[in-house]
Design a protein around this ligand. Structure first.
Ligand code: FAD
Length: 463
């Protein structure tokens, strides 16, 4: 797409309720910043949209001026694709309102809301929908790519719970999208990413959760890493739907609830979130403790909103990150060997390997949505290079790549979770969507034939 020299924004400013920022405006640098501190991209125009009509105006302006378009939800994409270099960034962050109808058990969520916004509003009524594990992540990108977290074994993906969306197309049409209105588009936005339009509002089905849930953390030091991982794969296979689980080879964080002597000790953490009450939670923890006594543990009830923020410190806003991920059908002995070999080679004590266990309600849907991966039980394996020091990032990036490369032979194919694609080249996007790619390409051709929305794991319009 050509970028024209005409950057006169007055005609846009007078149409929009929200603000329009260019390089000279106060607030421009804050508005262009994203979660990943290693990203420094400068858009020509930031359209801070207050509503769907603003989005329609901004898209029309971008089209008329030949500007490349990006969409910013929560700005958590690892590569910073929310920011179009020299282009138009459609910034949805002013649209964070969440409205809950507790009787209908439905939440209407602004396209720029964060998971923290969503959880705060729904928990006022003792309700929730599946979110991710870091609360400043955007609902927008997370939902459009699928979305998994503590509640996935009980409630499925975030996108499985989507019942409607308001969407602005590339040619500025404002559509209501449901199972009955634009059904193919409704299918595509549940897993197909931000390829089809700007979603200004999501409507989710809600479920009773909390307000208190049961948290459990076990930690084993490096010497027992392989033994612990072998135990955890067996334990995970027995977990009920009412428990979410995350395995995380990492350094013990310097948190107040961890004995000081163990701060930064390398090893593996096993985190559990129980939604069926204290007694069931205790019953699940006992065999873990008995089979391999941990170096330390932390077991406590906590508010659901606190559970949703429990990992925020592991990836604070503005930190330097890089990540490589893949699917594992199982934690085989070979895969465990790779973890044992590569984990000690990291330079940054913050780098870790969050491995999300997906089971239970994860498998309840299949072809009903565009989510590209198979729905059989599996792990989303993620090598996360994280450092506050930008000088260390190159070494950490090399570490993550080497680790990932050696894990590939144990992976379930070459596809990936599209929300974990830091480098979304065409071949990997196609393998991530597998047989669903062709149908997605037809939907793309119907709603975005010129591929205006291409700063994402991009689906090319079918010809
Ligand atoms: C620290 C961290 C933790 C994470 N944890 C999890 C997790 O537990 N579970 C999980 O499933 N994922 C997780 N993710 C991945 C996360 O789902 C993706 O990074 C996702 O893209 C973030 O969405 P966002 O709106 O914040 O991102 P943005 O960078 O704002 O957007 C990314 C892309 O999504 C699209 N997009 C966003 N909002 C909209 C919208 N309203 N309309 C149309 N397109 C839109 C655009 O194409 C945009 O380029 C995590 C990421 C990070 C960095």
């Amino acid at each position: 797409m050509t970028q024209t020299a005409d950057r006169s924004t007055d005609s846009l400013r007078i149409r929009m309720m929200g603000t329009v920022l260019t390089g000279d405006d106060a607030g421009y640098d804050d508005a262009r910043s994203v979660f990943n501190g290693a990203v420094d991209r400068r858009p020509a125009i930031i359209a801070r949209c207050a509503n769907s009509t603003d989005v329609a105006h901004a898209l029309r302006f971008a089209r008329e001026h030949g500007l490349e378009v990006s969409v910013r939800g929560g700005a958590h994409n690892f590569a910073g694709i929310a920011v179009a270099v020299d282009g138009m960034m459609i910034d949805l962050s002013p649209m964070r309102r969440v409205t809950v109808d507790p009787d209908a058990r439905v939440a209407v969520v602004g396209g720029g809301a964060t998971l923290a916004d969503l959880d705060a509003a729904t928990q006022e009524h003792g309700l929730a929908v599946t979110g991710g594990t870091v609360s400043h992540t955007g609902v927008g990108g997370l939902t459009l790519g699928g979305g998994f977290g503590w509640l996935t074994p009980m409630l499925g993906l975030t996108s499985d719970n989507l019942v409607a969306a308001d969407l602005v197309t590339a040619d500025s049409r404002q559509l209501r999208v449901t199972a009955d209105e634009h059904p193919e588009l409704f299918w595509a936005i549940r897993g197909g990413g931000g390829n089809f339009g700007v979603v200004t509002s999501f409507e989710f089905r809600l479920h009773p959760v909390g307000p208190l849930v049961d948290f459990g953390l076990f930690f084993w030091e490096d010497d027992r890493l392989a033994e612990a991982l072998r135990l955890l794969r067996d334990i995970v296979a027995t977990l009920p739907r009412t428990t979410g689980a995350l395995i995380a080879p990492m350094n013990a964080p310097p948190a107040v609830f961890i004995p000081e002597a163990h701060h930064l000790t390398p090893g593996v953490a096993f985190l559990l979130a129980g939604f069926a009450g204290r007694a069931e939670h205790a019953k699940l923890l006992e065999p873990v403790r008995a089979a391999l006594p941990p170096l330390f543990e932390f077991v406590t009830p906590m508010p659901y909103t606190a559970l949703q923020q429990a990992l925020d410190e592991s990836a604070p806003w503005g930190i330097n990150v890089y990540e490589k991920a893949l699917w594992l059908d199982e934690l085989s002995d070979g895969a465990i060997d790779v973890v044992r070999t590569h984990l000690p080679k990291r330079t940054s004590p913050m780098s870790f390997v969050p491995t999300f266990a997906l089971y239970g309600a994860y498998g309840d849907l299949g072809d009903e949505t565009a989510f590209g991966a198979t729905r059989k039980e599996r792990f989303a394996f993620n090598v996360a290079a994280i450092t506050p020091d930008p000088r260390v990032l190159a070494a950490e990036r090399a570490w993550a790549r080497a680790f990932w490369q050696d894990m590939l032979p144990h992976a379930a194919g070459t596809g990936n979770y599209v929300n974990f694609l830091a480098e979304a080249d065409d071949a990997r996007v196609r393998s991530s969507f597998g047989p669903k790619y062709a149908r997605l390409a037809r939907v793309k051709a119907a709603y975005d034939p010129d591929n205006v929305f291409h700063l994402n794991p991009n689906i090319k319009p079918a010809t």
